[in-house]
Design a protein around this ligand. Structure first.
Ligand SMILES: *[C@@H]1O[C@H](CO)[C@@H](O)[C@H](O)[C@H]1NC(C)=O
Ligand SMILES: *[C@@H]1O[C@H](CO)[C@@H](O)[C@H](O)[C@H]1NC(C)=O
Ligand SMILES: *[C@@H]1O[C@H](CO)[C@@H](O)[C@H](O)[C@H]1NC(C)=O
Ligand SMILES: *[C@@H]1O[C@H](CO)[C@@H](O)[C@H](O)[C@H]1NC(C)=O
Ligand SMILES: *[C@@H]1O[C@H](CO)[C@@H](O)[C@H](O)[C@H]1NC(C)=O
Ligand SMILES: *[C@@H]1O[C@H](CO)[C@@H](O)[C@H](O)[C@H]1NC(C)=O
Length: 475
């Protein structure tokens, strides 16, 4: 028996392909160049990832997930919540985005995310009135269609729906934000009635980013000289403290036992002084073994379902919250792992399995022409390039933050050129730029080559062509 156990452990370590029970990833697609969905799904399978959270119900994504065992959370974006206040439209949505994929060999749908952090203070209450009715309609439509036992609607919420531990309060004092406490109570009652989980996104990185005085160690899991004490409970990290603040808030409205999913948690690798590979590794080296050991939190010991944010970098994401927004991936834009980690939580860090058969554009970079004489228009050209591509690595403390003015210009020109698929006209910049076949990377600053644009239309075009031919012969 022991020997068998040993062999099992040995093989699972060897293959490295079994992620922690309960571990999922967020698959966002706000990128100028998306990896083909089949490539991403294969990459998840190769790394033993068995759960995925989406931000929509895109048809190509869903088709790629069909026939896999991967558990899926599909989503309704915030801008469609108002429409879902009409029960007929909600029923139609369920029919077209859920029922349609529930055939034998279809998609293993577990949850529907109704909105994404709709009560964020920065949304100015825009979704305050439409979220709860949308949640009700979607769950009711799921129930009416006979899927309600296996598919639950939930609302992924930001931790700012409850007072956070950085407001100088202890977790046991957790309560829902006073301006939305009635609404939150109604939502929680409804979730409970349907045996649906509460979903919360918890970001230790953002606690650190928002507050210059936040103790760095408290963002991680490897101990702090200044733990937070709460009625005899010692909190050594903000993740536990934040999670237990929610547990207390739920308890205060009578649902202390409600199941909780962590919809997003992770650490970015660029775009801020605290966003780098070293700290991302430190974060996951703490988080993953705790999940594997079913540690839970002081108020909720045991199993936790957690979705890492995110799977792949997204170079077209809004940077309103900060430059780091485009660098949350555990994989780069091209499906290459950024650092070593162990998704099985056994601390055996190796590089994850990269995306396979990724096609790149040719090895060509666009840089500042060293012979350019009139540099008076350099600033406005850099500005143009950065407005239409991702220059977030150029900021202070980021991977390209040490470049000089020439380096800055070259970096910006190249990012624009790659975003434009290396079209000739996109490397001109009023005569300031030139194309080179020499790798323009400087030190830690990668001048990247984009992946070839994927053409999701191609297969359907071919299909239409075949159909046309068939129709032609039979009519
Ligand atoms: C739901 O399905 C329809 C029909 O395929 C599609 O147009 C729509 O974009 C889908 N909704 C989401 C949120 O992806
Ligand atoms: C919220 O309000 C602020 C100030 O009134 C405004 O600058 C911002 O654009 C608004 N945001 C949204 C999402 O409406
Ligand atoms: C939400 O509904 C309340 C009460 O009906 C109303 O006063 C408020 O203006 C609405 N808010 C928005 C953003 O529509
Ligand atoms: C390079 O660009 C960044 C971001 O635009 C800017 O903050 C920095 O000052 C620039 N550095 C130089 C030397 O021009
Ligand atoms: C360019 O050089 C950098 C740094 O040496 C390297 O990491 C990167 O892989 C190279 N890029 C290509 C496309 O060869
Ligand atoms: C640059 O790319 C190389 C691999 O090509 C990778 O090892 C390195 O981590 C990258 N650096 C950054 C800052 O992304």
């Amino acid at each position: 028996m022991t020997r068998l156990w040993f062999l099992l452990v040995f093989f699972s370590v060897l293959l490295g392909s079994i992620a922690v029970e309960g571990l999922g990833v967020n698959w966002g697609t706000m990128a100028t160049h998306k990896l083909p969905p089949n490539t991403v799904v294969q990459m998840m399978k190769d790394n033993g990832i068995k759960k995925v959270k989406l931000f929509d119900a895109d048809q190509n994504t869903m088709s790629a997930l069909a026939g896999t065992e991967i558990e899926v959370m599909v989503a309704i974006p915030n801008d469609q919540l108002a429409v879902m206040n009409d029960y007929g439209r909600a029923k139609d949505w369920v029919k077209r985005n859920i029922t349609r994929y529930l055939f034998n060999g279809g998609v293993n749908i577990k949850y529907v995310a109704v909105g994404n952090e709709p009560f964020l203070a920065s949304y100015n209450n825009s979704f305050l009135n439409v979220t709860f009715p949308a949640l009700q309609n979607i769950q009711d439509a799921l129930n009416e269609a006979g899927h309600g036992d296996s598919i639950k609607a939930t609302v992924p919420l930001n931790a700012d729906v409850y007072n956070s531990p950085s407001d100088n309060s202890v977790p046991s004092a957790g309560r829902f934000r006073s301006d939305i406490s009635d609404l939150m109570t109604q939502i929680v009652q409804f979730l409970n009635k349907n045996n649906a989980p509460f979903t919360v996104n918890i970001y230790p990185f953002l606690s650190l980013y928002a507050n210059e005085n936040f103790p760095l160690d408290f963002a991680f899991f490897d101990g702090t000289p200044n733990p937070l004490l709460d009625n005899g409970i010692q909190y050594n990290n903000v993740f536990d403290a934040n999670f237990d603040t929610l547990v207390s808030a739920l308890k205060a409205v009578g649902f202390g036992e409600m199941p909780i999913l962590v919809g997003e948690v992770g650490w970015p690798t660029d775009g801020d002084k605290n966003a780098n590979v070293g700290l991302a590794q430190r974060f996951y080296n703490g988080l993953l073994p705790r999940l594997a050991a079913n540690k839970g939190t002081p108020l909720r010991p045991g199993y936790l379902e957690v979705y890492l944010f995110g799977l792949i970098d997204e170079d077209a994401k809004s940077i309103a919250p900060g430059n780091f927004e485009r660098h949350w991936g555990i994989f780069r834009y091209d499906g290459q792992p950024k650092y070593q980690m162990d998704l099985s939580g056994q601390g055996q860090n190796t590089f994850l399995v990269a995306a396979k058969n990724v096609k790149y554009l040719p090895q060509r970079w666009c840089v500042l022409n060293p012979n350019a004489e009139d540099l008076s228009k350099l600033g406005e050209n850099i500005n143009f390039a950065c407005t239409h591509s991702d220059c977030t690595a150029l900021g202070y403390g980021s991977s390209c933050g040490n470049l000089d003015t020439q380096g800055n210009a070259s970096y910006a020109f190249n990012m624009y050129y790659q975003a434009q698929n290396q079209q000739d006209l996109s490397c001109n910049f009023q005569g300031l730029a030139m194309v080179t076949t020499q790798n323009a990377s400087q030190g830690n600053c990668n001048f990247t080559i984009q992946i070839s644009p994927s053409s999701p239309l191609a297969p359907s075009l071919i299909a239409s062509a075949i159909l046309l031919v068939v129709v032609f012969f039979f009519v």
